[in-house]
Ligand binder design. Structure first.
Ligand code: R5P
Length: 313
């Protein structure tokens, strides 16, 4: 698979995923060196030749988030100044994706700001997975390819017993994606009516559209952050007569009290991908992690060769 003018570099947010991508591509991970000065300024040096090369930089959105964003911007800038022919920013989980609209007065649309910053820093393209809303692709003045991990999750789910199972969208916004799961797995669909009040990250499931009584429910969502959405929906589904509840979620943000909530919840299984690293000490028994490295590697190869990326979904 290796191509002589293809290089992949990694920021410090998820080196394991970047290495896995390189393993799939059959190339070594590009070498770069970060110096952190006492005043917290960063210096990044690309430690190999990238002149006229097709370069991909992997940096996901994970803590420490702001530092990761700054590191990515500096990496892109360093690659541009090192005469790379084309630089693609690979952001498996896009930062600030939930800040995609002006739904309150006097707030920033930070996802759009992120898109502008990537362009300013020197990215020629962006490659990402399951944006919070697909319209974010329109924030970019450069080509932005959005992959979906839904087939990765479905492939694993299809290995299990899916009798009496219903796909449940964790909220109305997730209905479209739930439809993709339902189509691939030939299952019926239900939707949770979720409400949030302000910024307190407390999501409350209030009603269900669809039949869940006596069913095994498979909640689907693009991300699990504090877990408010998934765990409140799980409780509600059980109170409505579901026999069990599991969840399949692309991005395991798992912030705030998510792990404590998982420990206290009746969720049977949480299937996620590795778009965001889960620290070793936090890997709970009920969490199963699937790799998106083969998917990203295939997309990189297709972009590099000028082949269709949409053929992947
Ligand atoms: C919201 O619209 C998203 O699809 C997720 O439901 C949300 O980001 C999950 O956040 P949390 O786990 O904090 O409820």
């Amino acid at each position: 698979m290796a191509a002589p003018d293809l290089k992949v570099f990694s920021g410090s947010s998820h080196p394991g995923l970047a290495q896995e991508i390189c393993d799939c591509l059959g190339i070594p991970l590009g070498r770069s060196h970060v110096v952190r000065f006492s005043n917290e300024n960063l210096k990044i040096k690309i430690e190999e030749n990238v002149r006229e090369m097709d370069v991909f930089v992997v940096q996901t959105s994970a803590p420490p988030l702001s530092e990761g964003i700054m590191e990515l911007l500096i990496l892109l800038d360093a690659l541009k100044h090192s005469s790379a022919r084309r630089v693609t920013a690979v952001l498996p989980y896009f930062p600030y994706a939930r800040s995609d609209k002006k739904d309150e007065p006097r707030i920033s649309i930070t996802a759009r700001l992120m898109a502008d910053l990537l362009a300013t820093a020197g990215a020629d393209r962006v490659l990402t997975i399951d944006l919070h809303s697909p319209q974010i692709q329109g924030f970019f003045s450069m080509p932005a390819d959005q992959l979906t991990a839904v087939p990765v999750l479905c492939e694993e789910l299809a290995k299990g017993d899916l009798r009496d199972t219903v796909i449940v969208a964790a909220d109305v916004g997730e209905a479209k994606d739930a439809g993709r799961f339902a189509k691939q797995l030939h299952l019926p669909i239900a939707i949770v009516d979720k409400r949030r009040t302000g910024d307190d990250e407390n999501a409350i499931a209030r009603a269900i559209i669809g039949e869940v009584r006596g069913k095994r429910c498979l909640l689907v969502d693009d991300e699990i952050a504090t877990g408010g959405t998934i765990f409140s929906a799980a409780e509600f589904l059980l109170s409505e007569g579901a026999t069990s509840v599991s969840a399949a979620v692309v991005h395991p943000v798992l912030s705030g009290k998510a792990y404590e909530r998982l420990a206290g919840s009746k969720l049977e299984r949480l299937l996620v991908t590795n778009t965001i690293p889960i620290p070793d000490g936090k890997k709970a028994d009920r969490i199963q992690v699937l790799s998106v490295a083969p998917l990203i590697a295939e997309a990189i190869m297709r972009i590099h060769d000028g082949r269709s990326v949409s053929a992947l979904f």
